[in-house]
Design a protein around this ligand. Structure first.
Ligand code: BES
Ligand code: ZN
Length: 847
C-alpha cells in the first residue's frame, strides 16, 4: 500500500491570495492563486485534482512543472529553498459529485435554479485550487470571487466582505483575510439566497441562509439556536468565538449532513430548516447538528488535528459537545436521552463485530480517509468515550482543561496526547493511560457480575456478536456502581470483592454497574444479581430501564442469553411508559421482528403481544396530538403508533385512514409527527396507482425535506410490482430523486422482503452507476452497510458474498464487506438456533 505523501514536507504555505472566476453556464472556472510560503525542498509539490495548471511563476519567473495525477499533485521545479511567492494560473470544471466546487439544484415557482458552493473536507480543496491540502498546512486566505451574477444574487465566504464599493464596478467579491486555518475549512457559496440575521451577546453576527424555495419562517428556529449555542460555548470554553461572523447556509444538494467551514457552515436542508409544521424529533435533530458544527468552530477549526488519524479529536469531541450544549440551553428536552436511544445502540452494535476499526486509526492511503468518518465509531463510540471521560474527570476539571488546551494550541495543530496533557493538568489524573485502552483498541468489554461463595465476582472480556477471534483485550473500566465499597475501575480480567452480604447490607437497591450508561461497556448480571435487578425494573428510572433492555438485547444478539428471554422481559412492561422505556421496547421488537415472517403462523400472536404491551399508552395518548402536551408525549406516541399500525390494531388503523381522508387534498398539512405513519398506513392498506401518483407528485413538488422523507418511506411500503418498478426507474433520474437521497431510498426498500428482493437486484445490476454517481461520496459505503444491516437469510448471505467478495480490494468498502459478512452470518445463525424458542415464547404470551 503506498503511503500518503505529505506535501508540507516540501512546502509550508503562509498565505493564499486566491481569485476564482466562475461561469455557471459552462460549469467551468478559472483561477489564480498567489501562495506565500517557505520552500523546504528545491522541488516543491502542491495538491491538485483534475485541475488544468496553465502557468507557475515565482515572481516574474516562469517555472517548469509536472502534473502527477496519481498522487493528485503538481511538482514545481523551484531550484532554491527558503521564502518564496508562487503564482499559479489554473482552470477547472464544476461537476455534480458534491465535492470541491459543485452546484446544488432546486426549483422555485417552476423555475430551475442553482446555488454554487463548496465541500472541501476531507481533501477536496485541491479540486478548486492548487494548495497544500493537509490539515497541518495552516495558512491565512484572502479570497475573492467573480461569477455570472444576476441581480439579487450574493456571495458568501468564511469572512465578511470588504471593498464592496469596488465590487459594484468590477463584479468581484472580496473577503477579509481569514485566521490561520486548514485548507479543508475554506468555503464559499453563491446564488439567490434569503437570510435572517441576529447578533450574539459577544457581538458575532449570526446568519441563516437558504434558497428562496423555502418559507422565510423556516429559518427562525435555526437562528435562535445558533445564537444561544455560540453564547453557551463562549461561556463554557472561556474562549471567544474567533471570527466576526457565523453564517449557516442550507444547500439543496449535500453529501454528508453538515460541514463546519469556519464562519460559513453548510448544511443539508433537512438539518437546518424547520417548517412551521415540524415534529419534536426533527427540531431536536436540527439543534444538535447546529451545536455540533458550532463546537467545531473551536474544536477542529481553532485547534486542528495534525493528521486524519486523529479525526476523533474533531468528530468525537463535537459529537459529545452537541449534547452538552443543547442540554444546557434546552434542559427540558432531556436531550441526553436522545444519545442513549441513537448513538449508544449504534456504537454498541457495530463495535461488537470483529474487524471493526478503533477510534484512533492509521491512514495510509487517501482513499481510506473517507472511511474514517464511520458514524458508529468516530462519532457515536468516540463521543461515548468523551462522555465517559467527562464523567470520570468531573465537568469542572474537564472544562478547565479545555480552556488550557485552546489557549495553548489555538491556530495550531495537535495530537491526542496534547488534549490528555491539558486534562491531566486540571484533574490530576492520568488521562492518557485511562483513555488509551479505549481509543487504541477496537471493541468493548462485557463485564460479568455474579456472586459465588459470598464474593462479588467481576470479570471483563471483549463482547462480540458473530464469528470472531478473541485477542484477550482488556480495558480500564470505570465501574460507576450505584453501590459504594467497590473499586473505581476494573483493569484486570477479573476481581473479587469479598463478603458480598456485608456489601449488600450497607447498600440499598439492586446492584448495578455503569450508572447513567455513560461508560462504553455492557454488564451481564448473573443469578441472584439479575433476579434482583429484574424484580426492581419497573421502579427504576427510565434511562436505567432503557439501559437494561439494551444490554439484554445485545446479550441475546450475541447468543449469551436466549432471545426468547427478551419476550418475557418486555411482556411485563404494559403500564404507561416514558419515552426511554418505549424506545427500549421498540429496539427489542425490531430484534424480534426478524423472527416473525410476514404472513407466518406466529405473526398474529406476535401482533397481539405488541398491542397488549402498548394498550395503556394508546389509551392515554390517543392517536392525535393534544394541544399543549409535553414534547415527550409526541415522541412516545410516534413509537406506540408505529407498533400498533404494524400490528394492525383496528382503532389505530381506522384513525390513520380517517386522518388521510381529512388531509388528502393537502398531504403536507398532515401533522408532521404523524405524517409518516398516516402515509405508510394508507399505502399498506389502500395502495392504488392514483395514490402512488399522488405521493410521487408531492415528492417532486415539495421543498420540505422532512415531508419528502415521509413520502419516500411510504412509497417503499408498496406491494405491487408496478409501483416498485416505477420507483426503481426513478432512482437514476436526478429530477425526481436527488443523488444525496438515494441511500435513504435504498434503506427504506431494504426493510421488507418484497421490496428488498427488487432493490437488491437493482443495486447489483446498476453497481457501476451507483459507484460513479456516489463513488467519491460519503454515502457510497451505505450501499454495503445497509444490506448487511437487514439481510437475514442464508440465501441473501450467499448473494452478498458472491457480489462483494470480489470487491474486497476496494479500500473504500473493504472493511464494510468483511464486517457485513460476519454480521449477516451471525443473524442467520441466531434465527436458525433461536427461532423455535422465540415462537414458543410469543405463543405462550397469548395463552
Ligand atoms: N466534518 C463533518 C462533515 C464531513 C463528514 C466532512 C465527512 C467530510 C466527510 C461534520 O462536522 C459532521 O460531522 N457532519 C455530520 C453531521 C453531524 C451533525 C453528526 C455528518 O455529515 O454526518
Ligand atoms: Zn463533525
Amino acid at each position: 500500500m503506498s503511503k500518503v505523501q505529505r506535501l508540507i514536507e516540501t512546502f509550508v504555505p503562509e498565505n493564499y491570495k486566491l481569485f476564482l472566476d466562475i461561469d455557471r453556464p459552462s460549469k467551468t472556472f478559472k483561477g489564480q492563486v498567489t501562495i506565500t510560503g517557505e520552500a523546504v525542498k528545491e522541488q516543491v509539490s502542491l495538491h491538485q485534482h483534475e485541475l488544468e495548471i496553465l502557468s507557475v511563476k515565482a515572481g516574474d519567473k516562469s517555472l517548469d512543472f509536472t502534473m502527477d495525477d496519481e498522487h493528485e499533485a503538481v511538482h514545481v521545479a523551484l531550484g532554491v529553498t527558503g521564502d518564496v511567492v508562487l503564482t499559479l494560473d489554473f482552470a477547472g470544471k464544476i461537476t455534480d459529485n458534491m465535492t470541491g466546487i459543485y452546484p446544488s439544484y432546486y426549483t422555485v415557482d417552476g423555475v430551475k435554479k442553482e446555488v454554487i458552493a463548496t465541500q472541501f473536507e476531507s481533501h477536496f480543496a485541491r479540486e478548486a485550487f492548487p494548495c497544500v491540502d493537509e490539515p497541518e498546512a495552516k495558512a491565512t486566505f484572502d479570497f475573492s470571487v467573480k461569477f455570472d451574477q444576476s441581480e439579487n444574487e450574493i456571495a458568501l465566504s468564511n469572512m465578511p466582505e470588504i471593498k464592496s464599493d469596488e465590487r459594484k464596478e468590477t463584479g468581484v467579491w472580496t473577503f477579509d483575510t481569514t485566521p490561520r486555518m486548514s485548507s479543508y475549512l475554506l468555503a464559499f457559496g453563491l446564488g439567490d439566497l434569503q437570510s435572517k440575521l441576529a447578533k450574539t451577546k459577544g457581538g458575532t453576527e449570526v446568519g441563516i441562509f437558504a434558497t428562496k424555495a423555502h418559507p422565510a419562517s423556516s429559518l427562525d428556529f435555526a437562528l435562535d439556536i445558533a445564537v444561544r449555542v455560540i453564547d453557551f460555548y463562549e461561556d463554557y470554553f472561556k474562549v471567544k468565538y474567533p471570527i466576526p461572523l457565523s453564517y449557516q447556509l442550507a444547500l439543496p444538494d449535500f453529501s454528508s449532513g453538515a460541514m463546519e467551514n469556519w464562519g460559513l457552515i453548510t448544511y443539508r436542508e433537512i438539518y437546518l430548516l424547520v417548517d412551521e409544521n415540524s415534529s419534536v424529533s426533527s427540531r431536536q435533530q436540527v439543534a444538535l447538528v447546529i451545536a455540533h458544527e458550532l463546537a467545531h468552530q473551536w474544536f477542529g477549526n481553532l485547534v486542528t488535528m495534525q493528521w486524519w488519524d486523529d479525526l476523533w479529536l474533531n468528530e468525537s469531541f463535537a459529537n459529545m459537545m452537541e449534547y452538552v450544549a443543547i442540554d444546557a440551553i434546552e434542559p427540558t428536552w432531556n436531550i441526553m436521552e436522545d444519545f442513549q436511544t441513537t448513538g449508544c445502540p449504534h456504537a454498541l452494535k457495530r463495535d461488537a463485530t470483529d474487524g471493526v476499526q478503533s477510534v484512533h486509526v492509521e491512514v495510509n492511503h487517501p482513499d481510506e480517509i473517507n472511511t474514517l468518518f464511520d458514524p458508529a465509531i468516530v462519532y457515536a463510540k468516540g463521543s461515548r468515550l468523551m462522555h465517559m471521560l467527562r464523567r470520570w474527570l468531573g465537568d469542572d476539571a474537564f472544562a478547565a482543561g479545555l480552556k488550557i488546551y485552546f489557549e495553548k494550541h489555538q491556530y495550531g495543530n495537535t495530537v491526542g496526547r496534547d488534549l490528555w496533557d491539558a486534562l491531566s493538568q486540571t484533574s490530576g489524573k492520568d488521562v492518557a493511560s485511562f483513555m488509551d485502552s479505549w481509543l487504541e483498541q477496537p471493541g468493548y468489554p462485557v463485564v460479568r457480575a455474579k456472586v459465588t461463595d459470598n464474593a462479588l465476582n467481576l470479570s471483563q472480556e471483549q463482547f462480540f456478536i458473530g464469528e470472531h477471534e478473541a485477542k484477550g483485550r482488556l480495558w480500564e473500566v470505570p465501574l460507576n456502581s450505584n453501590w459504594s465499597g467497590l473499586p473505581d475501575t476494573l483493569s484486570t480480567a477479573e476481581t473479587a470483592v469479598e463478603d458480598f452480604k456485608a456489601l449488600a447490607d450497607s447498600n440499598t437497591g439492586a446492584f448495578r454497574l455503569n450508572t447513567e450508561n455513560t461508560a462504553h461497556y455492557i454488564t451481564d448480571y448473573r443469578g441472584e444479581l439479575l433476579e434482583a435487578l429484574l424484580a426492581e425494573l419497573p421502579a427504576l428510572d427510565p434511562t436505567t430501564v432503557h439501559q437494561v433492555l439494551q444490554e439484554r438485547r445485545l446479550l441475546a444478539e450475541a447468543g449469551h442469553i436466549s432471545t426468547a428471554d427478551l419476550v418475557s422481559l418486555i411482556a411485563g412492561l404494559t403500564s404507561e411508559k416514558s419515552y426511554m422505556v418505549a424506545a427500549g421496547i421498540s429496539y427489542i421488537s425490531a430484534s424480534l421482528d426478524r423472527f416473525v415472517d410476514e404472513g407466518s403462523a406466529v405473526e398474529k400472536a406476535y401482533k397481539n403481544f405488541l398491542i397488549n404491551i402498548f394498550a395503556a399508552d394508546y389509551a392515554r395518548l390517543g392517536f392525535e396530538k393534544v394541544a399543549g402536551e409535553p414534547d415527550e408525549d409526541e415522541m412516545i406516541r410516534q413509537i406506540v403508533l408505529g407498533e400498533l399500525l404494524y400490528a394492525d390494531q383496528e382503532d389505530a388503523v381506522a384513525k390513520a385512514s380517517a386522518l388521510y381522508e381529512a388531509h388528502k387534498d393537502n398531504l403536507a398539512s398532515l401533522p408532521a409527527s404523524l405524517r409518516s405513519l398516516v402515509l405508510v398506513n394508507q399505502m399498506k392498506n389502500a395502495e392504488t396507482d392514483a395514490l402512488v401518483d399522488q405521493y410521487l407528485d408531492a415528492y417532486v413538488a415539495t421543498n420540505d425535506n422532512n415531508f419528502r422523507r415521509d413520502l419516500a418511506s411510504a412509497l417503499a411500503r408498496a406491494n405491487s410490482e408496478k409501483t416498485v418498478n416505477r420507483i426503481l426507474e426513478s432512482f437514476k433520474d436526478k429530477d425526481i430523486i436527488k443523488p444525496q437521497d438515494l441511500s435513504m431510498w435504498y434503506a427504506f426498500f431494504l426493510r421488507r422482503p418484497f421490496t428488498q428482493e427488487r432493490v437488491w437486484a437493482w443495486a447489483r445490476e446498476n453497481w457501476d452507476w451507483v459507484k460513479s454517481a456516489l463513488g467519491g461520496d460519503m454515502s457510497f459505503d451505505k450501499f454495503v452497510i445497509y444490506p448487511a444491516n437487514s439481510f437475514k437469510t442464508a440465501e441473501r448471505l450467499a448473494e452478498f458474498k458472491a457480489f462483494f467478495e470480489p470487491q474486497l480490494s476496494d479500500m473504500a468498502i473493504s472493511r464494510n464487506i468483511s464486517m457485513g459478512i460476519k454480521e449477516i452470518a451471525a443473524r442467520v445463525a441466531l434465527i436458525e438456533t433461536e427461532k423455535d424458542a422465540v415462537h414458543q415464547a410469543i405463543e405462550a404470551q397469548n395463552e
